[in-house]
Design a protein around this ligand. Structure first.
Ligand SMILES: NC(=O)c1ccc[n+]([C@@H]2O[C@H](COP(=O)([O-])OP(=O)(O)OC[C@H]3O[C@@H](n4cnc5c(N)ncnc54)[C@H](O)[C@@H]3O)[C@@H](O)[C@H]2O)c1
Length: 443
């Protein structure tokens, strides 16, 4: 959507809510020299957040002015990486609220575990910062809703959700081919994710909190719990209070492409789901290592299949993860490396129904997604993955997870009233209970 229409649309949305955007971004936006600098702060530095920061720093005029992490070792190592590689000396913080108080920061990257995404994004918006927030956009339905509303309220600020495949040429090509008729009538989208780590980590005993770690701040709004390495750096994904398991970790990426291909931009109305633990040995996790999910749509169906603890992949195309977009005339198989059009055979005409095709351009899309974020800050455009798109993908994983947790195999979701119409136990899992002093903001 071109810029003027977007601004008009978002302003109308705010007006409809009786709200007005009150914060104006400081730099790099319209009216500021394109040669100006953009100052970035990173919250959550260990893994993905740092990768995203580096993609920012490979663009001219972007500076890292602040790093925040609750772990001294991570913080100091990353500060020294920034000094060595970019000759920049960021200020260091253990409390992200202090980082957000800095007036010299224009944009913030949120690279923490999922249970923090909502609060940090909203606090950053309140402080007038643009936000690049990692996926899944949030760890619950209610938090996703809040972030969409906050995004509309602060409509002059850009929020990019880290579903970077939205900026990948290979997935754009997939959408282009399907909408251009290459597959013929869309019938089915099969999506699968098989990863070793999805079985969960090895079981280890609880231990005292290691020195240099502010564990209370790591837990934040999540319930108080003892320290255990298998629920901490990296492996938190397998615990409901912090993440949604392999199903959500990869699901938001892959289902996002299924939704894009199928032109779906909202929550699913109906989900049939089974989740279970089928790995051969006990592991440290609460989430499911195996899931099968069906999303029925008007005239096609999405099927999502997840298996942790295996990686070669039971998929027929020898791809550990990917999508098969099945139409009357062809199937497109696609992952981050390769797109293939496999034509159907027309038995009467004795020829393929369409031409075969292969595309392998642009394997890495984080860099493009970050460039898109920066361009949107500069030009006031709508980003490739705004909160509405992040919410649609996130609800496509949170709803089946809720189905599997409650043991209710079919859930019916009423998006206008934000509730399940057939399961009260599921309604109880829409909104997380925040631990004091944290509370869900109101928008
Ligand atoms: N887009 C992608 O392809 C992709 C890939 C991997 C991870 N991710 C996402 O990135 C996020 C981080 O994942 P990860 O693998 O880097 O996790 P990680 O556990 O390796 O790193 C998270 C970091 O956040 C820090 N942190 C936690 N609470 C904090 C707080 N209150 N204040 C400051 N720092 C805090 C931790 O100490 C840690 O350094 C997740 O949301 C994940 O889903 C996205």
């Amino acid at each position: 959507m071109e810029r003027r229409k977007f601004i008009r649309k978002t302003s109308l949305a705010s007006a409809a809510l009786g709200l007005n955007a009150i914060i104006r971004p400081r730099a790099w936006s319209s009216g500021v020299s394109p040669n100006g600098t953009l100052n970035v702060g990173l919250i959550g530095c260990r893994n993905m957040g740092f990768g995203i920061l580096e993609h920012h720093l490979s663009n001219p005029g972007v500076n890292c002015v602040a790093l925040c992490d609750i772990d001294d070792a991570v913080l100091n190592n990353r500060a020294s990486d920034i000094k060595k590689k970019y000759n920049q000396i960021p200020r260091l913080f253990k409390d992200f609220r202090k980082l957000l108080e800095r007036k010299d920061i224009d944009a913030v990257i949120v690279g923490t575990p999922d249970h923090w995404h909502c609060l940090m994004t909203i606090f950053a918006l309140q402080a007038g910062k643009h936000v690049y927030v990692e996926k899944p956009m949030a760890n619950s339905i209610a938090e996703c809703n809040l972030m969409v509303r906050a995004g509309r309220y602060y409509n002059k600020l850009v929020i990019q959700v880290g579903q970077q495949q939205r900026s990948a040429p290979i997935f754009r090509k997939t959408v282009e081919l399907v909408s251009g008729g290459s597959t013929g009538k869309l019938r089915k989208i099969n999506i699968w994710a098989n990863f070793e780590y999805g079985a969960g980590s090895q079981i280890v005993p609880d231990e005292p909190v290691p020195p240099g770690i502010d564990f209370d701040m790591w837990l934040g709004p999540a319930p108080a719990r003892s320290f255990n390495k298998s629920r901490f750096h990296g492996s938190w994904r397998h615990f409901w209070d912090y993440g949604g398991g392999l199903a959500s970790d990869w699901g938001v990426h892959l289902l996002d492409i299924g939704l894009w291909v199928g032109a779906i931009s909202s929550a699913p109305e109906k989900v049939l789901a089974y989740g279970g633990n089928t790995f051969h040995e006990p592991r440290s996790r609460e989430t499911f290592d195996s899931m099968s999910v069906i999303y029925p749509y008007k005239d096609f169906v999405i099927h999502y299949d997840v298996t942790g603890g295996v990686q070669r992949g039971p998929a027929p195309w020898n791809m550990p993860y990917g999508l098969a977009v099945i139409g009357d005339n062809a199937t497109i198989t696609v992952d981050r490396n390769k797109l293939t059009v496999l034509p159907e055979w027309d038995n009467q005409a004795k020829k393929d129904r369409t031409a075969g095709y292969s595309f392998t351009e642009g394997k890495e899309s984080h860099a493009d997604h970050v460039k898109n974020f920066l361009a949107c800050i500069r030009d006031g455009d709508k980003p490739a993955c705004p909160p509405e798109t992040g919410r649609a993908a996130a609800l496509h994983v949170h709803i089946p997870n809720i189905a599997a947790r409650t043991g209710e195999p079919v859930l019916i979701w009423d998006d206008s009233n934000n509730r399940f119409t057939n399961c009260e136990a599921a309604n109880k899992l829409i909104t997380p209970v925040y631990r004091e002093p944290w509370s869900l903001p109101k928008y």
